[in-house]
Write a protein that binds this ligand. Sequence first.
Ligand code: PMV
Length: 315
Amino acid sequence: LREPVAASAPGKVIITGEHFVVHGSYAVAAAINKRATIEISESNSGSSIVYSNKTRSPLFLNDGRFVAVKKVARSILEEYGKGGESIALSISSEIPDGSGLGSSAAVSIATAASLLRFLGRNDDYDNISKFASLGEKEVHGNPSGIDISACLNGGIILFNKKSGAKPVPMDRAIQLLVVFSGKKRRTKSLVEKVSERRKDYPSFFENLTGAMSFLSLDVVDALTSGDLPRLGALMTLANASLSWIGVSTTLLDQLVERANAKGSYGAKLTGAGGGGSIIALPKPDLATSILKSIGQNFRFSFLTSLPQKGLTWEE
Ligand code: PMV
């Protein structure tokens, strides 16, 4: 029997530039302290199976379950001629689906990394990224690639569709508050909604995309110099722009308001919007009290320090 192989990858938040990154701007994203783990072992049932603690589903059945994981695993088995192999893929994830926190990217990466290694195939980052992107596409339509880059590399990245990811060096850690609104949404339909807005105001949209690039470069400066008031201000402006393109909701606006009122330098929706999550940059001495206050109504709320590690193979 082959030894089981397990890998884990973090979720992510987008600090600035979501949506605009699809249209060519720079964006900044960071790995967070919630992870997804996949373990691959030989299946003793004679057929391949995917399971979590809640449910199980045959790998080659299209039942709408584990869509990203199945796409990645099947593509790898097809590519390497191992379709006859019986494997068991066990998923355990701390990242809620549809929360905008990179759940599909994290499971796609952990699946690609663990399965490639299990089969003794090329498991360098390029090959992992190639297969993981297929899982992301299955869920997101036409993603910019920022989620896969952030979750695979870890840390904080400056990302652009043309130039890819550059790590942002950090002298000291910073702390972010993350709050999941509880409302799941589909990234694909929000990305389409933004394209509609762009059609109505093409010139303004183009300039706003350029502005978001400059803003993301300023965010990198604020991060590396540890300038929290400036970082918070830039997050606030980014949120106003996301609101203008129509991806915020009353609930997200209220969460952002509350995080600001309780003592943050700034806050914004993160990811595709329409639901999902917000991030806030709390004043350091108030971080725990803001979490306590918001966490009473929004159970999936947590603090994460940045940077966090990317893909790891588990012992
Ligand atoms: O994965 P989400 O839902 O956090 O959103 C990804 C960010 C978008 O810019 C909206 C889409 C993309 O592919 O870049």
